[in-house]
Design a protein around this ligand. Structure first.
Ligand SMILES: Nc1ncnc2c1ncn2[C@@H]1O[C@H](COP(=O)(O)OP(=O)(O)OP(=O)(O)O)[C@@H](O)[C@H]1O
Length: 282
């Protein structure tokens, strides 16, 4: 499934937008959004961590979020499945639509919401249960399977989609925490896939992995894009360039620039983006 921008990017040679400008430059909207955020603000007590951010996540796209430490990438990511609800003193305003429905509306139950918008964390966090149970747990509690044989099918297909099946098919009863770090992260991705989400949020999913495991997860991200929308926070510009179709650059709570990934790295339009990608800031 391909995603399309709402408007064609304008070609420029040098950044045309100066460092003092804080309005977002680039294509925040896509033609067929899975998620549409408008004027999202996040406060932690008095701290204004996310400032007036509008941004779409398209169907079939990987959107990368980059920027210096503390710029608000994880905070924004956590807005998309209301993980910030669990943070005391955190206040989120603005509108976040998932398939056109306001996820912050009072009638929305966060449990099914987090099944639709799943999350994979920086550090692999399998349950202290068997490999099979790690994947079966979600479908069972969300009532997605009626029988053991249905569950077996979901477990196998999720592990296959996570490119882990061949490595674990003969040891499904072994404990998930006994796998290598890279395998554990793919198990967590299988666990997320098993509940049939529409969006997968990934918060630095490879930062605890070696290069070979990282390559496997990146390959997996490309495959999963066919079925899910993916939003990935990464500190690695190379990773953003390898896995994403669009990249969003954050700076001190502002969304500075959103562009097609190749373009953002080759011809940034905002001076702050250029400063960051050329190593002058961050
Ligand atoms: N629970 C919290 N309570 C108070 N302030 C917080 C909390 N979580 C984050 N912040 C602040 O909000 C701002 C954005 O933090 P956030 O973790 O979203 O940034 P980030 O870009 O993901 O950083 P990093 O790349 O280091 O993970 C920072 O100034 C941070 O100190």
């Amino acid at each position: 499934m391909a995603f399309k921008l709402d408007a064609e990017p304008v070609d420029t040679q040098k950044p045309t937008v100066g460092r003092d400008v804080r309005e977002t430059v680039g294509e925040v909207r896509v033609a067929d959004p899975r998620v549409r955020c408008t004027d999202v603000n996040v406060h932690y007590g008095d701290k204004h961590a996310i400032k007036n951010i509008s941004l779409d996540v398209g169907k079939g796209e990987v959107l990368a979020m980059i920027g210096p430490s503390g710029c608000g990438k994880s905070t924004f990511l956590r807005c998309l499945n209301r993980m910030n609800d669990t943070v005391r003193e955190c206040r989120v305003t603005g509108e976040i639509l998932l398939d056109g429905e306001d996820i912050n509306a009072s009638h929305i139950d966060v449990v099914p919401l987090r099944a639709r918008v799943a999350m994979v964390f920086q550090k692999p966090n399998p349950f202290p249960k068997s490999i099979y149970e790690n994947v079966a747990f979600g479908p069972r509690i969300h009532g997605l399977c009626n029988s053991k044989s249905d569950l077996d099918v979901v477990v196998e297909s999720s592990l296959r989609k996570a490119n882990l099946w061949d490595e674990v098919k003969d040891r499904l009863d072994d404990v998930g925490t006994g796998l290598s770090g890279g395998q554990q992260q793919r198990l967590c991705i299988a666990r997320a896939i098993a509940i049939e989400p529409e969006v997968i949020l990934m918060d630095e999913p490879c930062s605890a992995l070696d290069p070979i495991s990282t390559a496997k997860v990146e390959q997996l991200i490309e495959e999963l894009r066919q079925q899910f929308s993916i939003v990935i926070v990464t500190h690695s510009m190379q990773q953003a360039a390898r896995v994403s179709q669009r990249t969003a650059y954050f700076h001190m709570g502002d969304l500075i620039e959103v562009s097609e990934t190749d373009r953002l790295f080759i011809k940034p339009r905002h001076q702050l983006t250029e400063d960051y990608i050329t190593g002058r800031f961050g």
